[in-house]
Design a protein around this ligand. Structure first.
Ligand code: NAD
Ligand code: UDP
Length: 342
């Protein structure tokens, strides 16, 4: 199968490209590296089954030759990234998604959209299954991402209904693992970098908000299962083991053996209070469930970061710079309005 992967130079995209290549598929990776890293795909360059196209998919997508499937992952994903690039995030969720859908429709190819648990917003229903419509602030700071993804889902569904495109939607919950950018501002990468450097772990709010963390290998298996079937979704992909942010901090400290302290910072505006996927649909329709526990996954992630001390040091300087400027981890000021817990 020849698969076009938009956002293939990013964290999840590069793991997807790698797994596709390993199982014998051909990959066309389309990326503008706005939040990705060419290093992620450097090992595949020279592989005749791999082609890299540097392009902004919000402008247009052209792929020479056959396309059997399109995996549309292009979009900033970390809150600091999408807050820094609000218009680009809306563009790639709207125009970028339509361009990717056109490509799939033109080639009569399977199309899979990487949507997100953010479509559930700050959920009033817990845990979240796919029938829940969500609770999203349409003009809040996170809306550039949340509403872009909700639009992506709507246009994907419209192409399915009106153009006969073979579409599928996966809603991805927080995923972590090797190749996260050390300074991307997400909680796992930030805590690991801080713990390895013995610097305070920056907990936002009182740290009692929850997330459910899925290891990247599990997630990629789920995306592949979706690519290989005609399932329309939406299907939640995530690990239903729910942790508070403080529990995560504690686990990272124990795993790294770090003596670093925990430091409380203001909670970002509209930061969801809790997140846990119901994965019954993924299990029934895709035969999917996560295998890697949080302990094992975090250990592998810590090892990966620990092997890159220069990147960790550089990331720490970037994170600290953001904190000193009052924009922790580069989150813009207006996001950080809620008083700090102490
Ligand atoms: P990432 O930032 O590492 O990867 C996104 C990639 O898309 C980057 O390589 C970036 O350069 C590329 N990109 C962005 N805009 C582009 C454009 N206009 N044209 C071409 N390329 C563009 O993020 P990620 O964590 O790998 O996320 C990948 C996808 O999965 C995103 O769509 C994200 O919304 C979704 N997702 C991720 C998570 C997670 O926890 N990682 C959770 C939910 C959803
Ligand atoms: N968070 C935190 N410290 C950090 C980064 C994030 O306490 O240095 C919190 C954040 O406020 C949120 C949770 O961790 O409650 C997950 O944040 P992340 O940005 O990783 O993902 P998302 O908010 O998109 O789920």
């Amino acid at each position: 199968m020849r698969v076009a992967v938009t956002g293939g130079g990013g964290f999840l995209g590069s793991h997807l490209c790698e797994t596709l290549l390993r199982r014998g598929d051909e990959v066309v990776c389309l990326d503008d590296f706005s939040t990705g890293d060419p290093e992620n795909v450097a090992p595949f360059i020279g592989n005749p089954a791999f082609e890299l196209v540097r392009t902004d998919v919000s402008r247009s997508i052209g792929v020479a030759g056959a396309v059997d499937a399109v995996a549309h992952l292009a979009s900033p994903a970390s809150p600091p990234d999408y807050l820094r690039r609000p218009l680009e995030t809306l563009a790639v969720g709207s125009r970028g998604t339509e361009n990717a859908l056109r490509l799939a429709t033109h080639h009569d190819a399977r199309f899979v959209l990487a949507s997100t648990s953010e479509v559930y917003g700050d959920p009033e229903v817990h845990p979240q299954d796919e029938t829940y419509w969500g609770h999203v602030n349409p003009i809040g700071p996170r809306s550039v991402y949340d509403e872009a993804k909700r639009f992506s889902e709507a246009i994907t569904q419209a192409y399915r209904t009106h153009c006969g495109t073979n579409t599928g939607i996966v809603r991805i919950f927080n995923t972590y693992g090797p190749r996260m950018r050390p300074h991307d501002g997400r909680v796992v990468s930030s805590f690991v970098v801080q713990a390895l450097a013995g610097e305070p772990l920056t907990v936002y709010g009182d740290g009692k908000q929850t997330r459910s963390f899925c290891y990247v290998d599990d997630l990629v298996r789920g995306i592949l299962a979706m690519l290989d079937r005609d399932e329309p979704g939406p299907v939640n992909l995530g690990n239903p083991v729910e942790l508070t942010v403080l529990e995560l901090a504690d686990r990272v400290l124990k795993l790294t053996g770090s003596q670093a302290e925990v430091q409380f910072h203001p909670l970002p505006v509209d930061d969801p209070t809790r997140r846990r996927p119901v994965i019954t649909r993924a299990s029934e329709r895709l035969g999917w469930r996560p295998d890697v526990g949080i302990e094992d996954g975090l250990r592998r992630t810590v090892e990966w970061f620990a092997a890159r001390p220069d990147d960790v040091a550089a990331a720490l300087a970037a994170i600290r710079g953001g904190q000193q400027a009052g924009v922790a981890t580069s989150v813009p000021g207006p996001l950080r309005a809620t008083p700090a817990a102490s």
